[in-house]
Design a protein around this ligand. Structure first.
Ligand SMILES: [Zn+2]
Length: 124
């Protein structure tokens, strides 16, 4: 099975992170970002919650994500730029999706932070 993030195998890509976040932490900011995109595709809101920086976790955003992922069909992830320095990461990406028959693109420049050996989504 292909991985939603675009690689050939879900089992050797985002799968292990989704199955057990505690045991298999994404090793880079980019891997974490891709696994979050895949989690949207696979309707795994808890994974999004777990990989959001604890300082900015917001139950309202969590609920919005749950509603949103039910309505959209994702059609592809495009990484525009990504960099990592120390415990900080920056990724610019485009997520392509369809909603109510319309084709749309979500563009974002995200920040990531590494804390106790784990990468977390910090903000857009
Ligand atoms: Zn993947």
């Amino acid at each position: 099975m292909k991985c939603p993030c675009g690689s050939d195998s879900y089992q050797s890509c985002c799968g292990p992170y989704h199955e057990n976040f505690e045991e298999h932490a994404a090793p880079t900011a980019l891997a974490l970002m891709k696994s979050r995109y895949s989690a949207f595709v696979k309707h795994l809101p808890d994974y999004l919650w777990e990989t959001t920086d604890p300082q900015i976790r917001d139950p309202r955003v969590h609920q919005m994500n749950i509603e949103w992922m039910k309505e959209v069909t994702f059609t592809g992830l495009e990484i525009i730029d990504s960099s990592e320095e120390g415990n900080k990461g920056k990724i610019e990406f485009r997520a392509h999706y369809q909603i109510k028959g319309e084709t749309k693109v979500h563009s974002e420049k995200s920040k990531f932070r590494k804390q106790a050996g784990r990468w977390y989504y910090r903000s857009s």
